[in-house]
Structure formats: C-alpha cells, structure tokens
Design a protein around this ligand. Structure first.
Ligand code: SF4
Ligand code: ZN
Length: 328
C-alpha cells in the first residue's frame, strides 16, 4: 500500500531515509538533507561572510553533491561566499581523465570557476608512472600524501581562505575504525574534527560530516546530478576496504552505528602524558611537517633516486604506536 510522506503528510513517500528510517517524498527529503548540512555549517561556524572557499572536486558523488548543496545554501541563506572548484589530476589514465571531464561539466552547470592542479606539474610524476615504479601495493600511500599537498597548493595559488572536502559520515566512521585498529593515536584524535589544519595550513572543513553515504547517493540520483561513479583502477586499499565492509555490516544491523562511531571518536580522550608530534615545516619545500622533511618530499626523493620504498614503513611520518613507544 502506498505510504504518505511522514513529513508533509500530503505527497506519496518516494524513499525511506537510510539515516532516520522515515518515509518521505522527494521534496521533503531534499529539504531535510539540505537543512541538515546548513545546520552543520552554522552550528560549527564553518564559514564567515566574504570568504573565498575552495571545494575539492573529484567528479565523484560526494564532491558533486557538496558543490551543488553549497551553491544552493550560499544563495538561500546569503552566506556571502565566493565558491571555487579545485581538482587534483593524479595522472591516472582511464579514470581521472574521465572524472575531470565530469568536473568540467559541473563547472558549467554550477557556473563556478575551476582550478586543476596536476601531480605531473607539481612533482614531475603521474600516478601511472608511480605505479610502474612502485607496483600496486603502496601506490595509495603516494597518492594520498601527494593529493593532500596538491589540494593545498592549488588552494594557495587561488588564495582561498578555506578548502572543503566531500568526506561523509561513512568515510569518517571508517577512518575512526582504521585509526583505532592501527593504534594511530594522533590521527584518531584529529580525524573526527570538522575543521582541521588551522596552524599554518589552509583550514579544511567537512560540511558533509554527518551526511550518510546512502543519502548522498539518493540525493544525487533524485536531483539527477552529473557525477562519475567508476572506482580508481589502482584501488587496492584493502585495509580501508575491510573497515568499510565491517561498517556496512554494522549499519545493516543498526543504521545509527555510523553516527555512534563518529560520536565515540569525538568523545575519546587521550591520556595527557602521551607525546604528540610537534608541527614544524619541511626544510625542503616549506610544507607543514612533524619531521625535518615532509612525507611528500621523502616519497619523492625515493622515486627520484629509484628507491621507492624509502618513504614507506619505518621512515613514515605517521604517528603510530611504534613511534609513540620510541618517543616515551
Ligand atoms: Fe589514488 Fe589509491 Fe585513490 Fe587511486 S585508489 S586515486 S591510487 S589513493
Ligand atoms: Zn513530503
């Protein structure tokens, strides 16, 4: 039997919200989804009027929904923001070149400026070349470190005040689980923060922090947004894959599991006598780093010297339990 929307009670329900279990019509879903993001933005004071905000845009569902919703809310609530899309071209043929075409269409659809920065131009290496050199085991370590810096560098070139990324609630819950399982205390502490990197780096924020991935997919689908849904061809990130599968199992039993894990991460307290890494700057490139050389420079040196394992493992700047033990 058709069910009426539990919100407006007049329209037929078109979906059941994964986050709340309520049956709602499309319009009420759009309204609730957008208002929840507005609430996140306002209650965490993510933006100030007049700010220039870079949106990390990959062409995927999360960043496409983020760009769309930020544009809608900026106009609806007069945030007074200047929005710019910033994309990173990792140089992955058959994947990033296609997804960048999507970003270019989004640029037209949302009438927002777009800046693309590439690994090739910043580091002299594309991911295709890096994979040839390092294989498919540690490629995501290189890619993750390089992307983080590339986005910052793109943002610096544009002189933006902030960067926002499309990380959703599922991503954050997964990261909490992974950091917990690895004993990465410093990251465990930081990973639920809605805004990070205010000391020296361009602040980053996550307006979709409380948005469920399933709802992002539904929003993109019902709004008919133009996004790219193919996985990266070099995606062996097995550890995250296991954390994701575990989280999906938990969510199937109890949808609030995602939010519960985020709340657990937010409320964890770390013993005062645990030494945390001290942020400084890289002596080579000037990027923020807790070691003499930043992780990107160490990895790059390994690539350029034909020793790609140099930055992996014990030379890592990750603050792990083993480095914590050594520091005690
Ligand atoms: Fe880069 Fe790995 Fe993501 Fe592919 S899956 S884009 S190689 S981090
Ligand atoms: Zn309704």
């Amino acid at each position: 039997m058709p069910v009426n929307c539990s919100s407006c009670e007049t329209q037929r329900a078109a979906l059941r919200r994964p986050k709340t279990g309520h049956s709602v019509c499309k319009e009420c879903f759009f309204q609730a989804f957008e208002e929840e993001i507005h609430h996140t933005i306002v209650s965490a004071k993510l933006f100030q009027p007049g700010e220039k905000v870079g949106i990390g845009a990959s062409g995927g569902k999360d960043s496409t929904v983020l760009a769309h919703v930020l544009k809608v809310l900026n106009e609806r609530y007069n945030y007074g923001l200047e929005l710019i899309l910033v994309s990173v071209d990792e140089g992955i043929s058959g994947y990033r070149d296609d997804s960048l075409e999507t970003v270019k269409r989004n640029q037209q659809q949302y009438e927002l400026p777009l800046k693309i920065v590439s690994y090739q131009e910043l580091y002299g290496w594309t991911m295709d070349q890096i994979v040839k050199q390092v294989g498919l085991k540690n490629n995501c370590t290189f890619c993750g470190v390089f992307r983080r810096q590339a986005l910052d560098r793109g943002a610096m070139m544009l002189a933006v005040d902030k960067i926002c990324t499309g990380h959703n609630a599922d991503d954050i819950a997964e990261t909490v689980l992974m950091n917990f399982l690895r004993g990465d205390i410093a990251r465990l502490r930081r990973c639920t923060a809605i805004t990070t990197g205010s000391e020296g780096a361009i602040p980053r924020c996550k307006p979709l922090k409380y948005a469920y991935e399933k709802e992002i997919v539904l929003y993109a689908y019902f709004k008919k947004l133009d996004y790219f849904s193919t996985e990266c061809i070099y995606s062996p990130n097995a550890y995250r894959g296991h954390a994701r599968a575990f989280l999906k199992d938990l969510e199937a039993l109890r949808p609030s599991a995602i939010m519960d894990i985020i709340h657990s991460g937010e409320n964890l307290s770390v013993k005062e006598d645990i030494r945390m890494p001290v942020q400084g700057t890289c002596t080579r490139c000037g990027y923020i780093s807790s070691q003499g050389l930043c992780k990107a420079c160490v990895l790059l040196e390994g690539l350029n010297r034909g020793l790609p394992k140099l930055g992996i493992g014990k030379h890592t700047t990750n603050f792990t339990i083993s480095s914590w033990r050594r520091n005690r």
